[in-house]
Design a binder for this molecule. Structure first.
Ligand code: FAD
Length: 404
């Protein structure tokens, strides 16, 4: 600020598109940028471009509630998110970028015997995977978070599942860090470059049509999150994905009152406090298919109601703003990182409402697939054909039982 904004350099270059790249990535969200970064870093592929129709950080990577964790239940998901959390733990050093990673712990509060049983089962699975999980009694939880409504009869509190290594990261810094890291390795980041068509010849991809002209590429990797179905349709593919809106909310700045990430299964609510003091919270999907990145009022009411029921102390706090993002929902709630039936065309999609925490692992595993044509072992379960064979990854975490 002391320089009056003069002489500052952009974090990444603003090059013109080349007519041809070895690979192009459609979508400059967290996953697309991370993919470019790891393609360059791990596989030496630098003649590549990320094509973003808008600006970096304008999609879900800059709209989410920033929660990272590795507390999934099923094989297929659990090793992937475990891998991702380990990457998060070294990400700031790797990118040399402050992503404000804060391992403040996540508490999944449970309200009845069935939820407690499920939390215990999940804790055992998490520990078997090699990650940390603890079950807290009601008294232990009260010592840690005294502000909760322990007198609540509608949503009685029995205890919580705690993962101490989980927490939050500054979402747009993650996008910027990956963008800068990819750019430094030679990747072209092309903003305001919308892909409008995917060109194929004889069952093989040969490039993309964009708002900035035709770009040829031997490999085309889709990472368009909420718009995955629309992008895949450009190549004649129909995906098992529906796009839905998910909203998030921020309150005015308050003194520190919530030290962890809290989730409440019963009211379907999750909440944390940002470093600026705002309470960041959200709940469930708006529950109708839409490409509008804004939400409707009944879900606002539901979320606020749950918030006040669980944390009456914040009842007088004012809501500062809210927004929505477009979620690429799969039938089993788990993602896809796979090749497609078209040679050279790859798919990364279906992250539903949980893809932020996946960002580093998704990028690394997708880069591995694009560079080697073989799935990375941590993402081997995320195959597209599971929707034909019926071998879904119906994880209670992935299907929103405790989403965020
Ligand atoms: P995006 O940032 O959306 O990137 C996709 C990009 O593709 C966009 O920038 C878009 O403009 C671009 N694009 C689309 N079509 C084209 C085209 N034709 N040509 C060029 N570019 C195109 N996950 C968590 O793990 N934890 C959370 O706490 C969490 N909370 C959430 C809360 C909300 C309110 C929302 C909306 C999401 C939340 N998520 C969370 C989910 C997470 O944000 C997403 O799963 C993840 O960000 C999706 O991947 P991405 O970052 O690559 O998406």
């Amino acid at each position: 600020g002391l320089t009056g904004n003069r002489g500052w350099q952009g974090h990444w270059r603003d090059p013109d598109p080349k007519p041809q790249y070895d690979a192009v990535i459609i979508g400059g969200g967290g996953h697309g940028l991370a993919t470019a970064y790891y393609l360059a870093k791990d596989h030496g592929m630098t003649n590549i471009a990320v094509l973003e129709r808008s600006y970096i950080g304008g999609g879900n990577v800059g709209r989410n509630t920033t929660i990272v964790r590795a507390n999934y239940y099923l094989p297929g998901n659990s090793e992937f998110y475990s891998h991702s959390l380990k990457l998060w733990e070294g990400l700031e050093q790797d990118l040399n970028y402050n992503a404000m990673m804060s391992q403040r712990g996540i508490l999944n509060v449970f309200h009845n015997d069935a939820q407690r049983d499920s939390a215990v089962r999940r804790a055992n699975a998490i520990i078997n995977q090699g990650d940390d999980a603890e079950i807290l009694s009601r008294d232990q939880l009260r010592d840690m978070v005294p502000l909760l409504n322990y007198a609540n009869n509608r949503f009685p509190i029995q205890g919580a599942l705690l993962q101490r290594r989980a927490g939050t990261a500054r979402h747009d810094a993650v996008a910027w860090g990956f963008a800068r890291g990819a750019d430094q390795r030679g990747v072209d980041i092309l903003q305001n470059c919308e892909v409008t068509g995917i060109r194929t010849e004889g069952g093989k991809v040969i490039g993309v049509e964009t708002s900035r002209g035709l770009i040829r590429a031997g490999k085309v990797a889709m990472a368009a999150a909420g718009r995955s179905s629309q992008v895949a349709a450009m190549a004649g593919l129909t995906l098992p994905i529906e796009s839905h809106v998910l909203q998030a909310f921020v309150s005015e700045g308050l003194k520190p009152i919530i030290d962890h990430v809290l989730t409440f299964a019963e009211g379907h609510l999750y909440i944390s406090q940002s470093d600026k003091g705002g309470l960041v919270f959200g709940s469930y999907l708006d529950l109708y298919a839409s490409y509008a990145a804004r939400g409707n009022l009944p879900m606002v009411e539901h979320t606020m109601e749950a918030c006040v029921a669980m944390l009456p102390a914040i009842g007088k706090a004012r809501l500062l703003r809210s927004w929505g993002g477009i979620m690429d929902m799969t039938p089993d709630g788990s993602p896809i990182i796979d090749r497609t039936s078209i040679e050279g065309l790859y798919l990364n999609a279906g992250w539903c409402y949980g893809g932020f925490k996946a960002t580093p692992a998704s990028g690394q595993c997708y880069a591995h697939l694009i560079a080697t044509d073989r799935p990375h072992e941590a993402a081997a379960g995320f195959r597209l054909d599971r929707f034909e064979t019926g071998r879904g990854l119906m994880d209670e975490e992935a299907t929103g039982a405790q989403h965020n």
